[in-house]
Design a protein around this ligand. Sequence first.
Ligand code: NAP
Length: 325
Amino acid sequence: MYDVLILGAGPAGLTAAIYSARGGMKTLVLERQMTGGQIATTDLVENYPGFPDGISGFELTEHMKQQALRFGAEIREIEVVESVAPGRVHEVKTSSDTYQGRALIIATGVDPVGLGCGGEARFTGKGVSYCATCDGALYRDKVVAVVGGGNSAVEEALFLTRFARKVYIVHRRDKLRADWVLQQRVFDNTKVEILWTAQVREIRGANTVTSMYVEFTDTHEFRDVAVDGVFLYVGQRPNTEFLTRLPLRRDSAGFILTDDELATGISGVFAAGDCRANDLKQVVWAAAEGALAAQSAGRYVEDLGSVPPDGVDEEDSDACESSTA
Ligand code: NAP
């Protein structure tokens, strides 16, 4: 039996683990992919305090992971398929095990959304990508497009200029959403061409991508633009779809609603970071929410006191860590 189970090992989950474990809570973090979450594939994080020259996303989250481990948190890379809360014990199921905890922090972050245009599914992995850091080096001296005008699109377009000879940014409006400093960098970069008020209607090719069919929505003109790769950065959705058995309150886009202490309304369940309905999707904010969720979860566990949770024999509690194993 753990005090606190944390789903997700991005900045929110890892910071929750640091605070929770350091506060004396028996803490387990479960992460479906690699520790670090989305930010681990970000080339350079420039706006997290304490790193005047920036730091790679991988390095930053690796530091967070080591810090959590130092205080005794356990971290396992295994996909959670379900979470239920029968009585006062929270159960988190993977394909092989069931873990039990008194409190649960959901910090599962977001997944990229797609465009849904023709060719996207067919060419995913064959020229369509959602991760420039992962796939950018495959496009040395080639022509690529980045779709979207937010911070992700602009940052990743700049990253891709290291490899590609030309990078299109395809944006549906005539003004970028990205932070001013990033906008200045793409405007100054001669490898970048922005296709304004443009929508990719189809991604075309044979075995791999060869072009994108673009509509310029102000003039309703269409153009077939030759590209070797298309990177999609058109937004994100919360990675909480697997939590079907938790009656979470969500906003219209599916992000988890909480109160000011990050409680979801389900007893002992808290949410933190990008999967929560909040106004700032930033590492510093995710980390702060992780700390707050850990504090709230810790208070909840302390309030439960030493009364054994429903159906659990405390003397036999270690067996609960992996009850179906
Ligand atoms: P985002 O800010 O939601 O931007 C999505 C972009 O995709 C927008 O430009 C949007 O256009 C465009 N878009 C959405 N649906 C589209 C469609 N169907 N067709 C064409 N274009 C479409 O998403 P994000 O860039 O992934 O960032 C998510 C959050 O993380 C944001 O809060 C962002 O600030 C944060 N973030 C921060 C940093 C950083 O600080 N360094 C880095 C990455 C992400 P419109 O502009 O017209 O809506």
